[in-house]
Design a protein around this ligand. Structure first.
Ligand SMILES: [Mg+2]
Length: 283
Protein backbone atom coordinates (compact mmCIF):
# COMPACT_ATOMS: atom_id res chain seq x y z
CA UNK A 1 0.00 0.00 0.00
CA UNK A 2 1.48 3.34 -1.03
CA UNK A 3 1.28 6.03 1.65
CA UNK A 4 3.83 8.44 0.21
CA UNK A 5 4.09 10.04 -3.19
CA UNK A 6 7.53 11.56 -3.51
CA UNK A 7 8.64 13.80 -6.36
CA UNK A 8 11.76 15.22 -7.86
CA UNK A 9 10.95 18.86 -8.80
CA UNK A 10 12.81 20.16 -11.87
CA UNK A 11 11.44 18.57 -15.04
CA UNK A 12 9.22 16.24 -13.00
CA UNK A 13 6.70 18.76 -11.60
CA UNK A 14 7.62 21.82 -13.64
CA UNK A 15 9.70 23.30 -16.39
CA UNK A 16 13.10 23.54 -14.67
CA UNK A 17 13.30 26.37 -12.08
CA UNK A 18 9.77 27.69 -12.69
CA UNK A 19 6.60 27.39 -10.56
CA UNK A 20 4.60 24.21 -11.09
CA UNK A 21 1.76 24.63 -13.59
CA UNK A 22 -1.80 25.01 -12.25
CA UNK A 23 -2.71 21.52 -13.45
CA UNK A 24 0.09 19.95 -11.39
CA UNK A 25 -0.81 22.15 -8.39
CA UNK A 26 -4.41 20.96 -8.60
CA UNK A 27 -3.42 17.29 -8.94
CA UNK A 28 -1.04 17.53 -5.97
CA UNK A 29 -3.77 19.16 -3.86
CA UNK A 30 -6.11 16.27 -4.70
CA UNK A 31 -3.35 13.78 -3.83
CA UNK A 32 -2.95 15.39 -0.36
CA UNK A 33 -6.34 13.89 0.56
CA UNK A 34 -4.95 10.35 0.04
CA UNK A 35 -1.17 10.51 0.51
CA UNK A 36 1.65 12.29 2.25
CA UNK A 37 3.31 14.33 -0.51
CA UNK A 38 7.09 14.67 -0.38
CA UNK A 39 8.94 16.75 -2.96
CA UNK A 40 12.71 16.25 -2.72
CA UNK A 41 15.24 18.25 -4.68
CA UNK A 42 18.50 20.15 -4.52
CA UNK A 43 16.59 23.45 -4.37
CA UNK A 44 16.60 25.85 -1.43
CA UNK A 45 13.61 26.25 0.90
CA UNK A 46 12.66 29.60 -0.69
CA UNK A 47 12.44 27.91 -4.07
CA UNK A 48 10.14 25.20 -2.68
CA UNK A 49 7.79 27.99 -1.55
CA UNK A 50 7.94 29.79 -4.87
CA UNK A 51 7.77 26.73 -7.10
CA UNK A 52 5.40 24.45 -5.17
CA UNK A 53 3.63 26.00 -2.18
CA UNK A 54 2.58 29.32 -3.73
CA UNK A 55 1.00 27.72 -6.83
CA UNK A 56 -0.86 25.31 -4.52
CA UNK A 57 -2.15 28.26 -2.44
CA UNK A 58 -3.29 29.94 -5.64
CA UNK A 59 -5.17 26.75 -6.49
CA UNK A 60 -6.98 26.59 -3.16
CA UNK A 61 -4.96 24.23 -0.95
CA UNK A 62 -6.19 24.35 2.66
CA UNK A 63 -3.88 24.67 5.66
CA UNK A 64 -5.11 21.24 6.79
CA UNK A 65 -3.99 19.76 3.46
CA UNK A 66 -0.63 21.53 3.80
CA UNK A 67 0.08 19.49 6.94
CA UNK A 68 0.41 16.49 4.58
CA UNK A 69 3.05 18.24 2.45
CA UNK A 70 6.64 17.49 3.49
CA UNK A 71 9.46 19.50 1.95
CA UNK A 72 12.76 17.65 1.61
CA UNK A 73 15.02 20.58 0.79
CA UNK A 74 18.59 20.44 -0.56
CA UNK A 75 18.40 16.69 -1.37
CA UNK A 76 16.63 16.02 1.89
CA UNK A 77 19.43 17.36 4.07
CA UNK A 78 16.78 19.72 5.46
CA UNK A 79 13.18 18.77 6.19
CA UNK A 80 10.33 21.26 6.64
CA UNK A 81 6.70 20.69 7.48
CA UNK A 82 3.69 22.92 7.94
CA UNK A 83 2.21 23.01 11.42
CA UNK A 84 -0.96 25.03 11.62
CA UNK A 85 -1.03 24.83 15.41
CA UNK A 86 2.61 25.48 16.33
CA UNK A 87 4.03 28.56 14.69
CA UNK A 88 7.76 28.24 14.26
CA UNK A 89 9.66 29.83 17.13
CA UNK A 90 12.74 30.11 14.98
CA UNK A 91 11.64 31.84 11.82
CA UNK A 92 12.73 30.12 8.64
CA UNK A 93 15.14 31.90 6.28
CA UNK A 94 13.32 34.88 4.87
CA UNK A 95 11.60 34.06 1.65
CA UNK A 96 11.22 36.44 -1.23
CA UNK A 97 7.45 36.07 -1.03
CA UNK A 98 4.81 37.59 1.22
CA UNK A 99 4.35 35.80 4.54
CA UNK A 100 0.57 35.77 4.27
CA UNK A 101 -1.35 34.53 1.30
CA UNK A 102 -4.27 36.49 -0.06
CA UNK A 103 -5.49 33.18 -1.53
CA UNK A 104 -5.71 31.57 1.89
CA UNK A 105 -5.93 34.01 4.83
CA UNK A 106 -5.24 31.27 7.42
CA UNK A 107 -1.89 30.46 5.77
CA UNK A 108 1.19 31.83 7.50
CA UNK A 109 4.65 31.25 6.07
CA UNK A 110 6.09 31.28 9.60
CA UNK A 111 4.26 28.00 10.26
CA UNK A 112 6.85 26.09 8.22
CA UNK A 113 8.85 24.28 10.85
CA UNK A 114 12.35 23.02 10.18
CA UNK A 115 12.41 19.47 11.54
CA UNK A 116 16.08 18.75 10.85
CA UNK A 117 19.13 20.18 9.12
CA UNK A 118 22.60 18.83 8.23
CA UNK A 119 24.75 21.84 7.28
CA UNK A 120 28.11 21.92 5.46
CA UNK A 121 31.32 23.25 6.96
CA UNK A 122 32.98 26.31 5.37
CA UNK A 123 35.95 24.12 4.42
CA UNK A 124 33.72 21.71 2.52
CA UNK A 125 32.02 24.57 0.68
CA UNK A 126 35.33 26.07 -0.40
CA UNK A 127 36.74 22.68 -1.52
CA UNK A 128 33.70 22.02 -3.68
CA UNK A 129 33.54 25.56 -5.11
CA UNK A 130 37.22 25.39 -6.00
CA UNK A 131 36.84 22.00 -7.73
CA UNK A 132 33.82 23.07 -9.79
CA UNK A 133 35.26 26.41 -10.83
CA UNK A 134 38.63 24.91 -11.77
CA UNK A 135 37.01 22.08 -13.75
CA UNK A 136 34.63 24.39 -15.62
CA UNK A 137 37.41 26.88 -16.40
CA UNK A 138 39.77 24.19 -17.68
CA UNK A 139 37.06 22.81 -19.95
CA UNK A 140 35.98 26.21 -21.24
CA UNK A 141 32.51 25.97 -19.66
CA UNK A 142 32.87 28.80 -17.11
CA UNK A 143 30.08 31.00 -18.49
CA UNK A 144 30.53 33.94 -16.17
CA UNK A 145 30.04 36.43 -19.03
CA UNK A 146 26.51 35.06 -19.61
CA UNK A 147 25.30 35.69 -16.05
CA UNK A 148 22.54 38.18 -15.33
CA UNK A 149 23.22 40.91 -12.80
CA UNK A 150 23.57 39.65 -9.24
CA UNK A 151 23.45 36.02 -10.38
CA UNK A 152 26.11 33.40 -9.70
CA UNK A 153 27.19 30.03 -11.01
CA UNK A 154 28.07 28.38 -7.73
CA UNK A 155 25.66 28.73 -4.86
CA UNK A 156 26.09 27.56 -1.27
CA UNK A 157 22.70 26.21 -0.23
CA UNK A 158 23.84 25.49 3.30
CA UNK A 159 23.62 21.70 3.00
CA UNK A 160 24.39 21.44 -0.70
CA UNK A 161 26.54 23.31 -3.19
CA UNK A 162 24.84 23.84 -6.52
CA UNK A 163 26.52 24.61 -9.82
CA UNK A 164 24.19 26.22 -12.37
CA UNK A 165 26.16 26.73 -15.58
CA UNK A 166 24.24 29.86 -16.63
CA UNK A 167 23.14 30.97 -13.16
CA UNK A 168 19.67 30.85 -11.62
CA UNK A 169 18.17 33.66 -13.64
CA UNK A 170 19.02 32.52 -17.19
CA UNK A 171 16.22 32.13 -19.73
CA UNK A 172 14.67 28.67 -19.84
CA UNK A 173 15.47 28.31 -23.56
CA UNK A 174 19.14 29.03 -23.03
CA UNK A 175 19.23 26.48 -20.20
CA UNK A 176 17.65 23.75 -22.30
CA UNK A 177 20.09 24.42 -25.14
CA UNK A 178 23.22 24.46 -23.02
CA UNK A 179 23.73 20.75 -22.29
CA UNK A 180 20.82 18.66 -23.57
CA UNK A 181 22.88 15.43 -23.68
CA UNK A 182 24.58 16.08 -20.27
CA UNK A 183 28.01 15.70 -21.91
CA UNK A 184 29.38 19.04 -20.66
CA UNK A 185 28.30 18.35 -17.11
CA UNK A 186 29.65 14.80 -17.22
CA UNK A 187 33.08 16.22 -18.13
CA UNK A 188 32.91 18.85 -15.38
CA UNK A 189 31.94 16.19 -12.84
CA UNK A 190 34.76 13.88 -13.94
CA UNK A 191 37.38 16.63 -13.51
CA UNK A 192 35.91 18.08 -10.29
CA UNK A 193 35.87 14.60 -8.78
CA UNK A 194 39.63 14.34 -9.42
CA UNK A 195 40.20 17.65 -7.62
CA UNK A 196 37.80 17.04 -4.72
CA UNK A 197 37.09 13.30 -4.55
CA UNK A 198 35.24 13.09 -1.25
CA UNK A 199 32.00 14.44 -2.64
CA UNK A 200 29.14 13.13 -4.64
CA UNK A 201 28.24 15.04 -7.82
CA UNK A 202 24.88 14.60 -9.48
CA UNK A 203 23.52 16.03 -12.68
CA UNK A 204 19.99 17.38 -12.51
CA UNK A 205 17.66 19.91 -14.14
CA UNK A 206 19.05 21.47 -17.32
CA UNK A 207 22.34 23.11 -16.30
CA UNK A 208 22.79 21.94 -12.73
CA UNK A 209 25.29 19.85 -10.82
CA UNK A 210 24.46 19.27 -7.15
CA UNK A 211 27.33 18.49 -4.81
CA UNK A 212 27.10 17.01 -1.34
CA UNK A 213 29.50 14.99 0.82
CA UNK A 214 29.90 11.39 -0.40
CA UNK A 215 26.84 9.41 0.58
CA UNK A 216 24.54 12.45 0.73
CA UNK A 217 22.28 12.19 -2.30
CA UNK A 218 18.56 11.56 -2.68
CA UNK A 219 18.98 8.21 -0.91
CA UNK A 220 20.06 10.20 2.17
CA UNK A 221 16.84 12.23 1.93
CA UNK A 222 14.70 9.15 1.31
CA UNK A 223 16.23 7.30 4.26
CA UNK A 224 15.41 10.22 6.55
CA UNK A 225 11.96 10.53 5.00
CA UNK A 226 11.23 6.91 5.90
CA UNK A 227 12.47 7.49 9.43
CA UNK A 228 10.56 10.74 9.97
CA UNK A 229 7.29 9.49 8.45
CA UNK A 230 7.68 5.99 9.84
CA UNK A 231 7.20 4.18 6.53
CA UNK A 232 8.88 1.36 4.58
CA UNK A 233 10.32 1.55 1.07
CA UNK A 234 7.29 -0.35 -0.20
CA UNK A 235 5.02 2.49 1.01
CA UNK A 236 6.67 5.00 -1.33
CA UNK A 237 6.10 5.76 -4.99
CA UNK A 238 8.73 8.11 -6.43
CA UNK A 239 8.56 10.22 -9.60
CA UNK A 240 11.71 11.52 -11.31
CA UNK A 241 13.10 12.48 -14.71
CA UNK A 242 16.76 11.56 -14.08
CA UNK A 243 16.40 7.93 -13.08
CA UNK A 244 19.21 6.66 -15.34
CA UNK A 245 22.59 5.75 -13.77
CA UNK A 246 24.40 9.03 -12.97
CA UNK A 247 21.14 10.99 -12.80
CA UNK A 248 20.18 12.66 -9.54
CA UNK A 249 17.10 10.43 -9.15
CA UNK A 250 19.06 7.21 -9.65
CA UNK A 251 20.01 6.75 -5.96
CA UNK A 252 16.28 6.36 -5.23
CA UNK A 253 15.97 3.65 -7.89
CA UNK A 254 19.06 1.92 -6.50
CA UNK A 255 17.47 1.78 -3.04
CA UNK A 256 14.71 -0.37 -4.48
CA UNK A 257 11.97 2.23 -4.18
CA UNK A 258 9.27 1.90 -6.81
CA UNK A 259 9.85 4.68 -9.32
CA UNK A 260 7.95 6.20 -12.21
CA UNK A 261 10.37 7.68 -14.77
CA UNK A 262 8.92 10.73 -16.46
CA UNK A 263 10.15 12.90 -19.33
CA UNK A 264 8.35 16.02 -18.16
CA UNK A 265 5.59 17.28 -15.90
CA UNK A 266 3.08 16.22 -18.56
CA UNK A 267 3.99 12.57 -17.91
CA UNK A 268 3.66 13.16 -14.16
CA UNK A 269 0.22 14.73 -14.64
CA UNK A 270 -0.83 11.74 -16.74
CA UNK A 271 0.27 9.27 -14.05
CA UNK A 272 -1.36 11.28 -11.24
CA UNK A 273 -4.65 11.49 -13.13
CA UNK A 274 -4.54 7.68 -13.38
CA UNK A 275 -3.83 7.20 -9.66
CA UNK A 276 -6.54 9.66 -8.62
CA UNK A 277 -9.00 8.13 -11.09
CA UNK A 278 -8.67 4.72 -9.42
CA UNK A 279 -8.90 6.17 -5.88
CA UNK A 280 -11.90 8.35 -6.66
CA UNK A 281 -13.75 5.27 -7.95
CA UNK A 282 -12.97 3.36 -4.75
CA UNK A 283 -14.20 6.07 -2.39
MG1 LIG B 1 14.76 16.55 -12.26
Amino acid sequence: MKKILSFDIDQTLNIAKTPIPDEIAQLLINCLDYFEICPISGQKFDQFLIQIVNPMLKNGVTTEQLTHLHLFVAQGTQYYRYTSTQPNEHPTPSATTATKSSDNPSYDEQCWHKVYDFPFSDKQVSEISHALETAAKELGYWEVDKLKEGDKIIENRHTLVAYSALGQKAETEAKYAWDPDHKKREKIVKRAKEIAPNYSYSIGGTTTIDVVPEGVDKSFGMTHLMEELNVEKSNILYFGDMTQPGGNDYPVVEMGIETISVRSHEDTAYALRGILGVLDKKS
